[in-house]
Ligand binder design. Sequence first.
Ligand code: DAH
Length: 337
Amino acid sequence: MYLEDIKKEAIKEVNEVKSVSEINALKVKYFGKAGLITEELKNLRNVPNDQKAARGAEINAVKKEIEELVNEVEKTLKTRELEDKLMNEQIDVTLDINPSHIGSLHPLSIEINKISNILVNLGFTQVDGPEVELDKYNFEMLNVPSDHPARDMQDTFYITDNILLRSQTSNTQARAMLNLKPPFKVFSPGRVFRNDLDATHIPAFYQIEGMYVEENVSMADLKNVLLQICKAVFGNDTKIRFRSSYFPFTEPSVEVDISCPYCSAKGCNLCKNTKWIEILGAGMVHPNVLEAGGIDSTKYTGYAFGFGLDRVAMLDQKVNDMRHFVDNNIKFLKQFK
Ligand code: DAH
C-alpha cells in the first residue's frame, strides 16, 4: 500500500469513528506492533541509503498528521461520552435514601453483661451448661428425684423421659460440682424453658445462677453478696429482704425481695403498694446436693442463688411487659443503647 493511500484511509476511518473503543482499535491498526505506519517505518531499512532521510521524513509527517487527527477525535469523543454519562446517571435527589442502621445490643444482653460484670468483680467465674439437658443434671442431682412433688413447681418441656429443655440454670450447679474442687465460686447466665405465657412469663426466659462452695460459708455471706449485687444493679439505696421459702436444692431456702426501685419504696402499681419486689430464689446448698456432686457435706457448705433475668431487666430498664423482649419490634429494641 502506498503511503498516500494509508493516509487517505486513516483520515477517512478516523473521521467515521463513533466511540473511544473504536478509536483505540484504529490506534492499533496504524501504530500498533504490526500497524501500517509501524510497518512503513520498519521497511525503511530496505530503502537505499541516499533516500532514507527523505523517506523517513515523509513517513513521519504522515504519522504526525494521523496522530494529531486521532488525538483530536479522541478528545471530542471522550468529552461526549462523559457528557452522555453525566446525563444518564443523574442523581435524583428527591429519592428516599436507605439510611444505614447502627445496631445495638438486645436489652437482655445488656442486662446479662451488666450482672456478669458485677459477679466477676465479686470473684465469680462463669460456667455454662447445655439448654437441652439430661434429667440427672436439671433435677436428680439437685435433690429432685422423679417422683418428687417439687417437679410440679416448674412446667417442664420433656423431649424424652430422660431428656428435657432445662427449666432452670441450676443444672450448671450440678455440672460445676462434678468438674470443680471446692472452694469454687461460679455463676452461669443462660436461657431456660417452661410452659408459661403471660405479661410476666415467657416460655424461653433467662436466669443467672450463682454458687459458692467453701468451708464455713454462711447465710450471712449469702445476704451480703446478694445485697452487693442488688445495689450494683438497682442503685446504692436498694434494700433487700429474705422471706422464708422452699426449694428442694437448698436448706434453708429464701425468696429475696428488693425495695421497689420504681417508687423508691413509697408504694406503686408495680410493687402493688407493698414496697417490695421479688427477684430471686436462694439458700444454703442442701447437703444431699453437695453429696450428689461428690462434695463432703460434713466439711463444706455453700450458698446458691438464681435470678430471673427478664424480671431484673424489666425493673432495671423500665419495661412493663416481658413479651416485648421476644417480639423483635425494632422500635422497642432501638431504645436500648
Ligand atoms: N432454680 C430456681 C428456680 O428456677 C431458682 C433458685 C432458687 C436457684 C434457689 C438457686 C437457689 O440456685 O439456690 O425457681
